[in-house]
Design a protein around this ligand. Structure first.
Ligand SMILES: C[S@@+](CC[C@H](N)C(=O)[O-])C[C@H]1O[C@@H](n2cnc3c(N)ncnc32)[C@H](O)[C@@H]1O
Length: 176
């Protein structure tokens, strides 16, 4: 993981503790999975995330590559997101924050789709189907919390879609 990303995540956690933002600390993707996601993202400049949460992974993806654009969808603007983004304002300028559900697909040529939203079967199936025509050839789709015991809907969605792939960290990775 690039040093600037580690530095950002360290400061984001420190800020969350100062703000008493327990939800942000809980909801943000674990560091190991962020590292794996950044490995997958290498060379991929057009990234979409479904489920912004506190925005830490969004910012990490933008920080890791100065040429990357990240679009992130969440129907909710969670507390303190702007404060976290202010910790990395250069990277934040390459992020489009969309206040909408992940199924509201738009744009094309997406090279990495990170699905970390409802964690439920039907909405996750619907999100993949909405984004599938918008993926670039050779794109990667990462379904977070695939094997998380509290979120059986993620695995159920991957199985319903019949997506071959592999488990890396807590993510199911499919190449399209
Ligand atoms: C686990 S958090 C995301 C964490 C974030 N990806 C990260 O790594 O820091 C799940 C998020 O999904 C959002 N969410 C819920 N329903 C959604 C939907 N239909 N589309 C997109 N996001 C949704 C929630 O508001 C919440 O912010």
């Amino acid at each position: 993981m690039p040093l600037r990303v580690r530095w950002f995540l360290w400061r984001a956690r420190r800020l969350a503790r100062r703000l008493d933002h327990a939800w942000g600390l809980e909801a943000a993707t674990r560091r190991g999975d962020v590292a794996e996601l950044l490995r997958l993202a290498r060379g991929r400049r057009h990234v979409v995330e479904l489920g912004t949460g506190p925005g830490w992974t969004t910012i990490a993806l933008a920080l890791a590559d100065p040429e990357r654009r990240v679009t992130t969808f969440d129907p909710v603007v969670h507390d303190h997101r702007d404060a976290y983004a202010a910790l990395a304002s250069d990277a934040a300028a390459r992020i489009e924050w969309v206040t909408a559900p992940g199924v509201d697909a738009r744009g094309d040529g997406v090279e990495l789709l990170f699905v970390d939203s409802t964690h439920e079967r039907e909405p996750t199936v619907a999100e993949f189907q909405a984004w599938r025509p918008r993926l670039a050839p050779g794109a990667v789709v990462a379904f977070h919390d695939y094997d998380h015991p509290e979120f059986p809907g993620v695995r159920a969605a991957v199985e319903a879609l019949g997506l071959a792939g592999e488990l890396r960290g807590g993510m199911w990775i499919t190449h399209v």
